[in-house]
Design a protein around this ligand. Sequence first.
Ligand code: PLP
Length: 383
Amino acid sequence: MSVTDSLSRRGFLHGTAAAVGYMGFRTESLHAREGRRPPHGLEQEADAYDRLAKLHFNENPYGPCDSALEAMNMAFKYSMRYGYPDGGVRSAIAEHHGVGERHLLLGAGSGEILEVVGLTFLDHDKKVVGVDPTYGSVYSHASGIRADAIRIPLLPDYRQDVPAIIEATNRHHREVGFVYLCNPNNPTGRTITDAEVRQVLDGIPPDVPVLIDEAYHHFVEDPGYASSIPYVLQGRPVIVARTFSKLYGMAALRLGFAIARPDIIDRMSAYSTGSINALVKWGAVAALNDHAAQERVRSITLQLRKQTTSQLKSWGYDVIPSETNFIMVHTGRPIDEVRRAFRDRDVAVGRPFPPMLEHMRVSMGTPEEMERFLQAFQEIFEI
Ligand code: PLP
């Protein structure tokens, strides 16, 4: 049976699409933009990229919402300026998250925030403590600035080993610059519960900063999970990192932020570039206010996560329960090889995450992209 048969019987594309109004979901404007021709001589690379089902970077395939696009179009008129109205981006973000502006540091993506935390807290040969695998930029940045990491393996169910994180932090207290918790974790998609976050905060010396990366916060359904912003307001040394790259679909526009105690923000500010472009400032304010658009992205992403997971499970493949916009499936084959086979079919899937070398991380693309992914999966695994 072809995947199209089996999936259309399940109503994979049309069921999902109808349920969340996907067909009216800005596809025209997106597709029109994808079809636009790049300047002469640059077409080949752009065409190859446009052809791909892009399921490798946990992006939001729908892009910024219409209200954000409108705001950004308007903001082009500031392109040649240094000083210009910024749409009140700082107060909008602070207010939206129930904190003051003094709790806030903006970065060119949350990637910049993670680096600023490294630069602030990893001097004098300090180490970062965290699990492995996790969002690896934190460790690669640490090694780039000649710092080190204490990496704790995941538990057999791929959750983060909270007692081991606490034990390692206490044992190496004087060497630890900060603890990194990615919640939910990339690449596994699993959460640390609120009770576990509290266990970490209460179990380690009170002067050790804890960076909690909530890039995928908006896709969590686990009732035991909670954002760690309230710990900042309690005065704990917690730095929460968030991004406009995922739910808000602005990865290429680069905006992220940290929420932390004002004294911690002041220390971090010395290392930040402050290079936020005019467009994303205005787009971010509009996106924060567009609750309907946020809900559309969230609900279609969760539906595709459920449907893709159950399809893969029905074919006999284990999928790690995910609380993000991606899933991880155990393929039982070397992932490099599997990845190449998908790429030959114009489907880009996640890179290897050692030591999970038979697992494939797949981002939730559009319903059409997920159909192409499942079709390719059937061909490659001869289902
Ligand atoms: N943190 C996590 C866990 C991520 O997965 C990513 C990107 O995929 C980032 C941070 C960086 O995102 P950005 O710099 O686009 O905000």
